[in-house]
Design a protein around this ligand. Structure first.
Ligand SMILES: [Zn+2]
Ligand SMILES: [Zn+2]
Length: 177
């Protein structure tokens, strides 16, 4: 989805409002984060001395792995977007080296959305507030079932447990020896 700026290219100071859905082709750049298309975008593009300023909001769903158990977490986010664009040919604009270049009067806001999304992405993602996570030893998902590692295997713990049993009156069987 492109924003056609041909209607404002003849006059600096003019602006247009763009509203629509945009599909984001993004492979996550080797992360496990995925943006789920389409995203909604509502933005104003203004033709200024530094190029075409895009300012607005975008909203959509994304998928990230749970920090503890790696299960997919789906969430929705609304982000602020702001960027500037300069045409590939024609026009003189100040500070254009910091702007994205576009061609044929068509601005592509998807890169801006992805960059803003990554900046505003929360640091923590949990599938549930009380997610038990994975066992650090065997990798078992402890939300599904406990693993064998949970049973104490250290001989010192074994002895402690025997002491506890005795103090508590002993297990049935022991007292009838
Ligand atoms: Zn989890
Ligand atoms: Zn385990």
């Amino acid at each position: 989805m492109f924003i056609d700026i041909s209607s404002i290219k003849e006059g600096k100071g003019q602006s247009l409002v763009f509203e629509g859905e945009i599909s984001l082709a993004w492979d996550g750049e080797n992360t496990d984060i995925e943006l789920i298309s389409p995203w909604d975008i509502h933005a104003e593009v203004t033709h200024t001395d530094v190029g075409y300023m895009l300012v607005g909001k975008a909203a959509g769903e994304y998928r990230v792995p749970c920090d503890r158990c790696l299960k997919a977490v789906y969430s929705r986010m609304e982000i602020e977007i702001a960027d500037c664009f300069v045409p590939k040919v024609g026009g003189s604009y100040q500070g254009e080296e910091e702007c994205k270049v576009f061609d044929k009067d068509l601005i592509d806001p998807s890169e801006t959305i992805i960059e803003s999304f990554l900046l505003q992405l929360p640091m923590k993602h949990l599938c549930a507030p009380n997610c038990a996570g994975l066992c650090p030893q065997c990798g078992q998902d402890l939300n599904t079932s406990p693993c064998q590692c949970e049973a104490p295997t250290d001989p010192r713990w074994e002895r402690l447990n025997q002491l506890k049993d005795t103090e508590g009156g002993g297990r049935s069987g022991q007292s009838y020896k």
